[in-house]
Design a binder for this molecule. Structure first.
Ligand code: PRP
Ligand code: URA
Length: 213
């Protein structure tokens, strides 16, 4: 895959360690869920380095008064793509417990691999927030593009997309379609198989998170 200015691939040793356990078919549902949350927290730290609305406050330390930046209240909205994106929400709430959550329900048609929407509920006043769309798997990029378009249609300008595993074709598709959206993936895998699954991947993230298979 070529280099895109709006794509960050983590390749961090601590995250890679957790991804190795995540990929293992023997990893239990409980451990899988915990790992997704932990990886999300680690990623959020880097993902929010730029673009976070802040306010300057005055703080009195035991020694003197100083000014300090804090994250602006009610400025971040998390939007998980259902179902699997739900597994990432707590990993961000650990850092920002008051972040509001919007939900976009998308499911891929198994033949066309195109996503169809079955649910969408976004917080009022979302247009001036930083919207962090999350989904552990970025495969063909269809779901990511669809979710980004829905958020943009609501007037949002400040959007980031965070995913645990990306396929080169999907990451390139989203990066090119939305050069104004920064995409963060922990690791870039080899390719997609004929059914649109990421190789080597980790299987179906939703099924592994919720025990549906
Ligand atoms: C998975 C995954 C992404 C999507 C990625 O969801 O969680 O949303 O596929 O594939 P794409 O990049 O090709 O669109 P799925 O549609 O299987 O629904 P689920 O989360 O309910 O299992
Ligand atoms: N969705 C998943 O859950 N896994 C994949 O490999 C591709 C799409």
């Amino acid at each position: 895959m070529k280099n895109y200015e709006n794509v960050t691939i983590f390749n961090h040793p601590l995250v890679n360690h957790k991804i190795a356990i995540l990929r293992n078919e023997k990893t239990s549902m409980k451990e899988f869920r915990e790992l997704i949350e932990e990886i999300t927290t680690l990623m959020t730290f880097e993902c929010l380095r730029e673009g976070v609305p802040t306010v300057e406050v005055e703080v009195k330390t035991p020694l003197e008064v100083c000014t300090q930046h804090m994250v602006k209240d009610n400025s971040i909205v998390i939007v998980p793509i259902l179902r699997a994106g739900l597994g990432m929400v707590n990993g961000i709430h650990v850092l920002f417990p008051s972040a509001r959550v919007g939900h976009i329900g998308l499911c891929r048609n198994e033949e066309t691999l195109e996503p169809y929407e079955y649910y969408c509920k976004l917080p009022d006043g979302i247009e001036d927030k930083l919207v962090l769309i999350v989904d552990p798997m970025l495969a063909t990029g269809g779901s990511a593009c669809d979710a980004i378009e829905r958020i943009k249609a609501r007037g949002v300008k400040n959007i980031k997309f965070m995913s645990v595993i990306g396929a080169p074709e999907g990451v390139a598709r989203v990066a090119e379609a939305h050069p104004d959206v920064h995409i963060f993936v922990s690791t870039l895998d080899r390719c997609l198989n004929e059914n649109g699954y990421i190789l080597p991947g980790l299987g179906d993230a939703g099924d592994r998170l919720f025990g549906t298979k």
